[in-house]
Design a protein around this ligand. Sequence first.
Ligand code: ASP
Ligand code: MG
Length: 433
Amino acid sequence: MDSKNQIKVFKFGGASVKSPQAVDNVVNIIKEHASGPLIVVVSAMGKTTNALEKLAHAFFRGNIAEALRVLEAIQNFHLQIARQLFSNPNNPVFDIIERAFYHLYHYIQQPPGRNFNYEYDRIVSTGEMVSTQIISWYLSEKNIFNRWFDASQLVITDTNYRDAGVDWLKTENAVKSKILPFFNKNKQKSPHVVAVTQGFLGGTTQGFVTTLGREGSDYSASILAYTTKASEVVIWKDVPGLLNADPKILKNTVLLEKISYQEAIELAYYGATVIHPKTLKPLLKRNIPLKVKSFSNPQFKGSIINEEYLNDNSTSSYIFKPNQILLSIFPRDFSFIAEYNLSRIFSEFARTGVKINLMQNSALSFTVCFDEDQIKTPVLLKNLGKIYHVKYNSGVELVTIRHYEKADLEQVLGNREILMEQKNRTTLQWVVK
Ligand code: ASP
Ligand code: MG
C-alpha cells in the first residue's frame, strides 16, 4: 500500500460559496477543521455555471445582446459578494474579478469558432477561476497562508472539451512539481498551508482550458488527492452526509455512516447525486478515505467511505433518476435479438454517445433505458429507426433500490405503473411512469 502524505483535500461546491456569509463559513471550516498542508478545491459560486452555460449558448447562437446581459448579471453577483467580504476597495481581488469578466466580454465580441465544446469550456471556466480568487484573497484577509493555483496547469487532460479525460501521468508530474514544493517550502511557516484551486477544470498540454463534465469538482478533489497521495478527502455539502435517499423525495431517510467504496460507486452510478460517479475510483486505488460532511453543521460526523466497511447491506438505499427514455427495438424481419443485432444496436449507442442505464431482451425485442438528451436522443432514434422498428416512452423514471429485501417498496412506487423490472441479489430496478 502507498504511504500517505499528511495532505488533506477539502472540496467546497457551489452552494457552500453562494454568498458572503457562505464564504466566511468556508474560511471558518478551514481554520477549525484542518491544519498543515491542505488543498482546497472550489466550484463556481451558487448557480454561476448554469448562468455561464446560458451565456455560452447565447454567444454560440450569435445572440450577443443576451450574452452580454447574462455576463453583466454574473459579474455583478461576484462583485457584490466581494464588496461585502473585502472592506478595502483597493484589494487586488476587485481588479482580478473585473479583468476576468473583461476578458470574457472581449471574447464574446469575436464570432465563435466551430467547436461549441471548446468555446463552452473557455467561457464556463470563468466561474471557477473567479470563485477561487475570491476564496484565496479572503483566506489571506483572514491571515491564512495560501496560494492560488491554476487547475488548467495541474489537471492535464486530452482535448475532449466538456468531458475531458485526465492524463494521469502528466497530471501527477504537474501536481508533484507545483503543489508539493509549495507545501514543503512553507510547512514550517504557518499552521495552515493552503493550496487553493478550481474544481471541474483541467487543461490540455497546449494550455487550453477544459472541463471534466458537470458537477465535476468532486472528481477534481479526487484527482488531486490521488496525485498527492493525500490522507483524506472531505466533500463539504448542504446535506448531513450520504443519505439512503434524497430527502426531497422520500421521508425518513437514514444516514449511511460508513460505507464501502464499492457500495458508494453503485449508488453514484445509479444516479445518487451526492458524489460524482468518477470520484471514487482514484481514491479506491490509493485507499484514500472520502468523507461527506455538512458545511452548515461541520461538527456533525457525516459519512465516511472507505475500504474497511464491506458489509453495509443492512440499509436499503433508493435512487431516483428522472427524465429517462424507455426504448424498445424490434428487428423488422422478426430476426432474433442475438449477437448480430445487439452489436449493431450497441454501435449506434456508442456512436451517438448515449449511455445505457438498463437493458433487457426478449426473443424479438431489445429494451433499453437511458437519459433523455435534447441533442443526442433524436439522432439515436432516427438512426435506429432506419434499421429497426422502434417504440418508446419518454419522461419515465428509473428507480434503483439497493438491498431491496427490507425496502419499503410501496412508499417508493406510490400509484405509479412499473414498465420494466430487473432484479439481482442486491439490486432491484424499475422503470416507472
Ligand atoms: N461548477 C461546476 C458545475 O456546476 C462544477 C461543480 O460544481 O462540481 O457543474
Ligand atoms: Mg456546481
